[in-house]
Write a protein that binds this ligand. Structure first.
Ligand code: PHE
Length: 339
């Protein structure tokens, strides 16, 4: 009996030492220590032993069971470690592998230019407003004091949706919308797309972008306009930039001017960029015509205002040395990825 016990114990311990996974371990537990296990059966059969042998056998049996149980615990720990190692090996991330590269795009040169323009004016206290690209003849022409026979009203110049609705030819109707909706003091800029029935060439596109500016307040003057545009031009083209007002005509401003800046390439000496003149045309501007203020319900005896409008495309072209406006609208990645 004792021999049998020892033998079974050795067998169990050897088997446990070989066990490789939890399932095998469980099978061995059932085989030896389970209710019908071999060791359990043997212990149960002790009842048939002569009385005087029982205590000793009991001792041996307990010893063997303890040994098997501790071998079992050992095996459980060992297998736990093995499984953990296997799992770690399986889940290892190879951090030396090259990552996925994401190709990062860049902003369209027009957007870059616009961002810069906005930043300068926001810095001077302007807020940004928007108006619709499809607007009325009333807002685009009538309210802006355009004479009924103004050539820009012609079908050959302007895209008509119907008699009363057009694709705006300028951002100036946003002046009207702003003055109708808000009371002075007003200090806004308004960028956006405009449309004119032009044949595309290097300097013309039927769709282009303008940035409008409008200030209306008590006592705002032409001096404020000049000073503000000078600050703006210096931010954009460098601190030595000078500006020059040339008399001009716009129906909605009086007096009106075209504003030039000293050529940022040659500094005013004259070069190919400025066609030898030393100056580059920057924008149109003027004091808001009293008729326009009146049309929008603002008393020109109390308030005065000034406005300006510039072509964002042309500014972007000058800044980035782009020689054909059509490039801005062709969406050619070979061109766009240069910026
Ligand atoms: N709207 C004018 C244009 O398209 C520009 C302008 C705006 C001039 C505001 C004066 C004041 O040419």
């Amino acid at each position: 009996m004792e021999e049998k016990l020892q033998l079974l114990g050795k067998e169990a311990i050897a088997a446990l030492a070989e066990a490789e996974d939890v399932k095998e371990l469980e099978n061995l537990r059932v085989k030896y220590l389970g209710k019908k296990g071999e060791l359990t059966e043997l212990l149960r059969s002790m009842g048939s032993l002569p009385k005087e042998e029982r205590p000793r056998m009991g001792q041996v049996a307990n010893q063997v069971r303890e040994q098997v149980e501790s071998a079992m615990n050992e095996a459980r720990k060992r297998i736990g470690r093995l499984e953990m190692e296997a799992r770690i090996a399986e889940e290892t991330i190879d951090i030396t592998m090259p990552g996925k590269t994401f190709v990062q795009g860049t902003k369209h040169p027009l957007t870059q230019a616009l961002d810069e323009l906005k930043a300068v004016f926001i810095g001077m206290g302007f807020s940004v407003v928007e108006g619709p690209e499809v607007d009325t003849v009333v807002n685009n022409f009538d309210m802006l004091n355009a004479p009924k026979n103004h050539p820009s009203r012609e079908m050959s110049d302007t895209f008509y949706i119907n008699e009363k609705v057009i694709l705006r030819t300028q951002t100036s109707p946003v002046q009207v919308r702003t003055m109708m909706n808000t009371k002075p003091p007003i200090r806004v800029i308004s960028p956006g797309r405009c449309f004119r029935n032009d044949t595309p060439d290097a300097t013309h596109s039927p769709m282009f972008n303008q940035l409008e500016g409008l200030v209306v307040d008590k006592g705002s003057t032409l001096g404020d306009l000049k000073g503000s545009l000078e600050i703006f031009a210096r931010h954009l083209f460098g601190e030595h930039t000078q500006i020059k007002f040339r008399p001009h005509y716009f129906p909605f401003t009086e007096p009106s001017a075209e504003v030039d800046v000293t050529c940022f390439k040659c500094g005013g000496e004259g070069c190919s960029m400025c066609k030898g003149s030393g100056w580059i045309e920057l924008l149109g501007a003027g004091m808001v015509h009293p008729n326009v203020l009146r049309n929008c319900g603002i008393d020109p005896e109390i308030y005065s205002g000034w406005a300006f409008g510039m072509g964002i495309d042309r500014i972007a072209m000058q800044k980035y040395g782009i020689d054909d406006i059509r490039l801005l609208y062709e969406n050619d990645l070979r061109f766009l990825s240069q910026f």
